[in-house]
Design a protein around this ligand. Structure first.
Ligand code: GLN
Length: 252
């Protein structure tokens, strides 16, 4: 009897819970769309006092908010390590990943990517007095990259030794403190770091680093969401909204 009462109470609790969470054996709340990100990548995603989605702000976060609005769902952010994002998508922990993520063939084997919404490239951040002028100058230098970013693959392919950090901000501190000679990272994020820290400059090498395109990743099974996202992104690109967002967040 006691057991039955317990069961009954549990059932009532489940039914009355406004959000039907998986813990109750029900499905995730239907009015929420969960985006996975790694909020360590300004101007695309970072933590701020008053973000566009809770404490999360940036170009990607504004895009995520707009996608939620357009499909009539509340956009929620799950902040996690960059390396864990695609797994979380495959596990169903998040519905989509928006993280300044470069569309690459290896990742595209695991997940589907939306239409590209931003073009970037890898650049080198060095001290203002550095002699590094092209990628091959890094050969005998202390190189730092961020773990799992395309910058890491680029340096690996070049065959140079490097150290990988978990966060862009940690990598920049190494450079600022003179513990490394160069950080390889995406262009817009590099601009941000150079603007925020004295004595640094960006060195580009178009021959060594080809351009990359960012896309939103969706579980391969969820083609309906992919189509919705593509439609919304295309509209945002055509109407100039993404350009506006990128200008706004890059200036801040
Ligand atoms: N564009 C890079 C990549 O996809 C870095 C992305 C990021 O750190 N958020 O690997």
């Amino acid at each position: 009897m006691k057991k039955m009462m317990k069961k009954l109470a549990l059932a009532v609790a489940c039914v009355t819970t406004v959000a039907m969470f998986a813990a109750c054996g029900g499905k995730e709340e239907e009015n929420v769309i969960k985006f996975g990100t790694n909020a360590e990548f300004p101007p695309f995603e970072f933590v701020a006092a008053n973000g566009v989605i809770g404490e999360y702000d940036g170009i990607d976060m504004a895009i995520a908010k707009n996608i939620g609005d357009e499909i009539g769902k509340t956009a929620q952010i799950e902040n996690m390590e960059f390396d864990s994002l695609l797994l979380a998508l495959q596990n169903g922990q998040v519905d989509a990943v928006i993280a300044g993520m470069t569309i690459d063939p290896e990742r595209a084997e695991e997940v589907n990517f939306s239409v590209p919404y931003y073009t970037a490239k890898q650049v080198m951040i060095v001290k203002e007095d550095s002699t590094i002028a092209k990628a091959t100058d890094m050969a005998d230098k202390k190189i730092v990259v961020i773990q799992g970013y395309t910058g890491e693959s680029c340096v690996k392919e070049m065959g140079y030794a490097y150290e990988a950090f978990k966060k862009g901000s940690e990598a920049i501190m190494e450079l600022v403190n003179g513990k490394c000679d160069v950080v390889v990272i995406d262009s817009a994020t590099a601009q941000k770091y150079v603007g925020d820290n004295e004595g640094l400059k960006i060195v580009e090498d178009a021959e060594a680093f080809s351009s990359e395109e960012y896309g939103i990743a969706v579980n391969k099974k969820n083609t309906e969401l992919l189509e919705q996202i593509n439609e919304i992104l295309t509209k945002m690109i055509e109407e100039g909204t993404i350009n506006e967002l990128s200008a706004k967040y890059s200036e801040q």
